[in-house]
Design a protein around this ligand. Sequence first.
Ligand code: THU
Length: 146
Amino acid sequence: MAGDMELTGEKIRDLAAAAIEARRKSYSPYSHYQVGAALLAEDGQIITGCNIENAAYGPSNCAERTAFFKAVSEGIREFLAIAIVGSPEGETLTQYAYPCGVCRQVMMEFCEPERFQIIVAKSEEDYRVMTLAELLPEGFGPENLA
Ligand code: THU
């Protein structure tokens, strides 16, 4: 049921921790840029993803989309937030990793832009939060086809 789950500071820390852990699974032998994501569903489930690269480059998949596609393929379609961590190979997160344009568009398909929260984190304590509407203003989504 939409609106039941609140995005508390504790939940944000849980999501950041899950994204940091997911980043450890990153398969990125070409870019050496490792990304992890943790997607919070309306029902409280957390679905993680990492970036998965390919020798042919084109088939590479971002961490955010891995998380979304895992969730949707399991029948989960309602989401509240996503935490993202990304940095060049190594333990230290040196930057906030904002989602690429393609991933923002995938979010637009399943999320309410004013409500869906995007958390970019450097650690469980150091993060920024913004809505999808802020990162994809005037986005094109399913509503436009209705
Ligand atoms: N990447 C992500 O996983 N998420 C983003 O939002 C930006 C880029 C990945 C794709 C590729 O494996 C690597 O980072 C370098 O672009």
